[in-house]
Design a protein around this ligand. Structure first.
Ligand SMILES: Cc1cc2nc3c(=O)[nH]c(=O)nc-3n(C[C@H](O)[C@H](O)[C@H](O)COP(=O)(O)O)c2cc1C
Length: 336
């Protein structure tokens, strides 16, 4: 995939396939790229929960569920990559169809957390992460705190950070997962074995029955000195084309929900925790808006599907243009 024509042609052809087949074929094409990162951009960097990142743009969880492609995905210009989500034991996920496209650069998915299980995942990352040249984060999920902590321990020394995913629409019994007692138990267990920076991935605060539980959990997370919150996962919606009849909405229409969640988080926790903004980030303007609301990184998923493999480099180039037009030489100069 070199030269400007081949990637955009391949990207157009992929759009003709059903979304999950397109995803698989896209990952195969990415694996033809040379492993390793691009030259980091000057000025487009920020201090984050993973140290200084250039650019402060990550691949969101769910794109590389097995951890097999991180070395090649870093070639797309990301400053870090989140692989997973992974569970203790392998999961086949839900029946197909489990991803559909929606108008307005959106997807609805009900993947059901398919993954090869923590042992295979950790092995894949132990090979791929050192070749990626950028920090690799593992996203972990589980049915109970003990399972999540077992995954965390198994990744010791393999990744730069871990994102705890309690927010997939496919996790059953969401309210119980976020209950104060259960969440405090999870945090206590994690803190007792902690060996790397941790992020908590939360759902959009749109669901009234979950809102207060999630906000209380965020407070517990931050009060225990944990480093980071990733906001947001997909928004549950009904979708009759999926085998499950419902799924999680991502892409452009998720962006206002993400921004609202960011505002609420900042007013709850002040500057006490790093925030990774994810949900409908497609352009430099989108990224800048999230940075201005206090995010120190942004993550991208659906934009990669609709805009193709050049999207991160485009965002970085446009951020550089915005800085130049403001007479600034670094992102930090223009952020509050
Ligand atoms: C097909 C698909 C699978 C996903 N799988 C996961 C996952 O395994 N774990 C997770 O935390 N988020 C997962 N996500 C959510 C994304 O990481 C991200 O939070 C969401 O898509 C919003 O970002 P976007 O609008 O840039 O796509 C998935 C999203 C999609 C579209």
């Amino acid at each position: 995939m070199s030269g400007p024509i081949l990637p955009s042609l391949a990207h157009k052809l992929l759009r003709l396939l059903p979304p999950e087949d397109a995803h698989r074929a896209g990952l195969r094409l990415v694996r033809l790229l040379r492993p390793g990162r691009l030259e980091p951009p000057e000025g487009i960097q920020l201090k984050t929960w993973l140290g200084r990142l250039a650019p402060p743009i990550g691949l969101a969880a769910g794109f590389d569920k097995t951890g097999e492609s991180v070395a090649h995905l870093s070639r797309l210009g990301f400053g870090y990559l989140v692989a997973g989500s992974v569970t203790l034991n392998p999961r086949p996920g839900n029946r197909r169809p489990r991803i559909v496209r929606r108008r307005g650069e959106a997807l609805v998915n009900a993947m059901g957390l398919p993954n090869p299980g923590i042992d295979v995942f950790a092995k894949n990352l132990s090979i791929g992460a050192p070749l990626a040249g950028v920090p690799v984060v593992a996203s972990i999920a589980g049915a109970d705190p003990e399972e999540i902590v077992a995954c965390y321990e198994r990744l010791r020394g393999v990744v730069a950070g871990v994102e705890v995913n309690l927010s997939s629409p496919s996790l059953r019994d969401a309210v119980a997962i976020w209950s104060e007692e259960r969440f405090s138990h999870l945090v206590e267990l994690l803190v007792s074995v902690k060996w790397c920076p941790l992020a908590l991935k939360i759902p959009p605060l749109a669901r009234a029955e979950l809102r207060n539980h999630v906000l209380r959990a965020v407070k517990i997370w931050v009060d225990n000195g944990l480093e980071s919150i990733t906001a947001v996962n997909t928004l549950p919606v009904s979708e009759t084309r999926l085998s499950t009849g419902f799924g999680g909405l991502s892409g452009r229409p998720l962006n206002p929900y993400m921004l609202e969640t960011l505002r609420e988080l900042r007013s709850l926790i002040g500057g006490n925790c790093e925030i990774n903004a994810v949900g409908g980030i497609f352009s430099a303007e989108d990224a800048l808006q999230a940075f201005r609301l206090g995010a120190s990184t942004v993550q991208v998923y659906t934009a990669l599907v609709y805009r193709g493999p050049r999207v991160v480099r485009q965002i970085v180039a446009d951020l550089a243009k915005i800085l130049a037009s403001m007479g600034a030489s670094s992102l930090e100069e223009i952020l509050p």
